[in-house]
Design a protein around this ligand. Sequence first.
Ligand SMILES: [Mn+2]
Length: 241
Amino acid sequence: MNKRPIIGISGSMIIDQGGMFPGYKRSYVNNDYVKAVINAGGIPLIIPMNMDDEIIEAQINMVDGLILSGGHDIDPLLFNEEPHQKLGGIYPDRDKFDFSIIKKAMARKMPILGICRGHQVINVANGGSLYQDLTLIDGCYIKHNQGELSDVKTHTISIEKNSVLNQLLGDVTCCNSFHHLAVNKVAPGFKVVARAKDGVVEAIERIEKPLVMGIQWHPEMLAGVDENMLNIFKYFIKECK
Ligand SMILES: [Mn+2]
């Protein structure tokens, strides 16, 4: 039997608001990432957030591919903008961790899949920028922060012909949506491969191999109900061999 690729999933931190230990920090990822990796044929390994470059280097050396999970807004100072009044909560330590782990994964020519915040942070770490809120985008009218459950699809996206995503999802599909930031300037070396009807960027891919893909929606939340969304993880994991 072929060895299943080991897929690192970048962690975040949750701080207890009440209960036994108010203020207590817990390393975590949402379990849907773990489930999607297992169901797509990989071995998930949660990579806890930390600030030590040598540790991060050792962590990345243990895996064959990297998934960047969702979370906080990204500090706009990282793309040379002051915080807009509509910006949500930021977490500069996590930005630092994500930047470091992306740099190390790319140096090792490792496939990377960024989801939601992970998609945005790939763009910023490679020299792109973000809109700090959807109201700052001319013509944006679609509800990108759905009130529906996580596995309900709410808006359509159009996918570019010459892209990995088009092979997996076709020209048009429907996705869930939980974001209020979006890609503005696309990082050099990357291309937009999917947009919503209002022009909002929904996915990017690196032009050269290895596969580095950013997806604005949450395919891991849909992977249990939609074979095509699970196929994104299957394709990614195959690339990690
Ligand atoms: Mn959206």
